[in-house]
Structure formats: structure tokens, C-alpha cells
Design a protein around this ligand. Structure first.
Ligand SMILES: Cc1cc2nc3c(=O)[nH]c(=O)nc-3n(C[C@H](O)[C@H](O)[C@H](O)COP(=O)(O)OP(=O)(O)OC[C@H]3O[C@@H](n4cnc5c(N)ncnc54)[C@H](O)[C@@H]3O)c2cc1C
Length: 292
């Protein structure tokens, strides 16, 4: 199906883009990589009168550490995350996720900002942000603000972004020494959305005790889910502590509220969460240099 008619503008600055969104209100939509929005237009599930393409705004595609954070400009492509040696070494949960998002064609165009702004509970990066104390920097007609990942995903396909706000940067703290992360996803076929996915980011002390634990879940709720009780259950515990891991995995499964669909029954997805949390903790701990 062809998309409905729309106007198209490609502003040269974030401010110009924000002004257009403000003036045109609900009828204007940001276009980034187009990998979620264009299919929606073609299916006529969205019919904005104006697309504001931020792809021509310079300076939104940086990927670097500064001031204690890894900073990802909103227009960084998912494929660039996967090519980054820095991410592979120091931010393996983001790196893992970037390799299992869709297929190479989608990864070449899809952006970090789009993956997160879309608010799709089946997208893979939101859970990683929840596990990694992620923050989103946005610019709107009211100025700039920073939104914590746990306050960002408010409902299915809905985020804390106001209609005239543009997500400009996604960032996570530089990990402490002895930190590791992992993202594990079960999909029915390569390139598919997750039946369930789990992100883990943790830090351990010299005795391999967890001093910091973040756990995020994909595709098992109306939004990506932060499994807070599971995180707490691992604090002060070693990942070799099978009882603690089993408890954390069960608590994460309790936090999941999946629905039965073509990717599996709700019960199956909860079992996946339980399994993936245990595996994710193990892999993240190995990467942190913990005892295994
Ligand atoms: C076949 C297929 C398979 C896929 N499989 C997966 C998968 O397994 N895992 C996964 O995570 N994703 C998957 N996706 C989604 C893909 O990752 C998209 O690229 C991503 O969800 C949206 O990024 P985008 O840059 O293309 O955004 P767009 O499609 O351009 O925009 C998506 C939404 O976000 C808004 N938006 C975009 N950027 C901004 C911004 N900077 N500020 C404010 N609002 C913004 C838009 O207005 C729109 O509402 C798949 C897509 C396809 C087509």
C-alpha cells in the first residue's frame, strides 16, 4: 500500500525542527531512519500531514565518551553501534543488542534515537537503557531536559517526549572497573522481533559480589520493563550463588506481563525471561571479570 500524502521538510538545525513541530502540532512527525515510521504510513496506521526529517541536521551522529558518559547522538545508526570497538569492549550490552536488531538493511538506516523514541516494547534498545541507567536528552520549545530511562517509556508506543520535543542524545554512565553487560534475545527467526529479551548490566567488587545490577526486559509488557526486585535480589550476592540467581530470575519473570501471540504463549515468554536472566547474569559477570 502507498502512504497517504504528506509534506516533507528537512530542517538544518534542531531548533528549526522544533519550531516546525510546535507550529504544526499533532499533525507533524519526526522522521529519522524511517524503519518504523514508513511501514506505519504504508499500512495507513499513521497519517501525519508533515514529516520533519532530522537526517539533514548536522552533529547528531556522534558516538563518544565524555564527562563520565557514553554519548550517542540520536542519529547514530544501529549498524554504527555494532561496528564500534569501544562498545564491544566497554558497553557489551549495547553492542550485543545492536547485532540482533532486525537485519542489516534495517540496521543501516534505523537510528538509536528512533529505536528509543518509537516506544515499541519489542524494540531492543529500551531494555538496555533501563538496565544501564540510561538517560535521554531532549530539546523542545520549552528548552532542553534530560529524562531518565525509567521515566521515559510511559506506555505502548508512548514516551515522555512532548510532541514538540526531539530526542537529541542517548547516554549511559561510563561503567565502573569490573563491570560487564549482556543482551540476550530469543527470536523465532533471524531478524525478527524478540519473543523475549533480557539486558543485564552489573558491577562486581574484588570478591565478585554484585555492587550494581540493572536488568531490563524486552517484549514482555506494555513497555520495556525494569525488573527492580530482581536487581535488588542480586545486590551483595555473587553470580555463582545459584539460589540468588534463581530468585532474581523468578522475580524478573514475575515482573513480566507478556501476552500470548504468534511469538509464543505468555507462560512460554515468562519462562524465557527466567532463563535469559540467569544466562545474562552469568555472561555479564564473566565480562566483568567475576568468578565463573
Ligand atoms: C522488518 C523490521 C524488523 C525490525 N526488527 C526490529 C528488532 O528486532 N528490534 C528492534 O529493536 N527494532 C526492530 N525494528 C525497528 C527498527 O529498529 C527501527 O529502526 C526503529 O524502531 C526506529 O528507528 P528509525 O530511526 O527508523 O525511526 P523512524 O522510523 O524514523 O521513527 C520512529 C518513531 O520515532 C520518532 N522519532 C524518531 N527519531 C526521533 C527523535 N530523534 N526524536 C523524537 N522522535 C523521534 C518518529 O517520529 C516515529 O514516531 C524493525 C524494523 C523493521 C522494518
Amino acid at each position: 500500500m502507498n502512504p497517504p500524502e504528506f509534506e516533507y521538510v528537512a530542517p538544518k538545525t534542531v531548533q528549526e525542527a522544533v519550531d516546525l513541530l510546535k507550529v504544526r502540532g499533532e499533525w507533524a512527525k519526526v522522521l529519522a531512519g524511517g524503519q518504523s515510521l514508513i511501514p506505519l504510513l504504508k499500512l495507513r496506521l499513521a497519517s501525519p500531514a508533515l514529516l520533519v526529517d532530522i537526517g539533514k541536521v548536522p552533529g547528531l551522529d556522534y558516538l563518544a565518551e565524555s564527562d563520565g558518559h557514553l554519548r550517542m547522538g540520536a542519529m547514530v545508526r544501529v549498524a554504527d553501534l555494532n561496528r564500534s570497538a569501544l562498545l564491544k569492549k566497554k558497553y557489551p550490552a549495547i553492542h550485543d543488542a545492536s547485532g540482533v536488531i532486525a537485519d542489516p538493511l534495517v540496521r543501516n538506516l534505523g537510528t538509536v534515537g528512533g529505536n528509543i523514541s518509537h516506544g515499541d516494547p519489542a524494540n531492543d534498545l529500551p531494555a538496555v537503557m533501563l538496565a544501564s541507567e540510561g538517560e535521554m536528552a531532549a530539546t523542545g520549545s520549552g528548552g532542553n531536559r534530560v529524562i531518565k530511562a525509567e521515566d521515559f517509556f510511559t506506555d505502548t508506543f508512548t514516551t515522555a517526549l512532548a510532541h514538540d520535543e526531539i530526542l537529541t542524545e542517548v547516554r549511559v554512565p561510563v561503567p565502573l572497573p569490573r563491570s560487564g553487560g549482556a543482551y540476550l534475545k530469543v527470536e523465532q527467526k533471524v531478524g525478527d522481533f524478540a519473543s523475549a529479551g533480557v539486558a543485564v548490566q552489573l558491577s562486581v567488587d574484588r570478591a565478585s559480589m554484585c555492587t550494581k545490577v540493572g536488568i531490563g526486559l524486552t517484549a514482555v509488557g506494555p513497555t520495556a520493563v525494569k525488573a527492580k526486585k530482581a536487581e535488588e535480589a542480586m545486590l551483595g550476592k555473587q553470580v555463582t550463588d545459584r539460589v540468588a540467581v534463581a530468585e532474581a530470575a523468578a522475580l524478573a519473570a514475575d515482573a513480566a506481563t507478556p501476552t500470548s501471540d504468534i511469538r509464543g504463549t505468555a507462560e512460554y515468554k515468562k519462562r524465557l525471561v527466567r532463563l535469559l536472566v540467569a544466562r545474562g547474569l552469568k555472561r555479564a559477570s564473566e565480562r566483568a571479570g567475576g568468578k565463573e
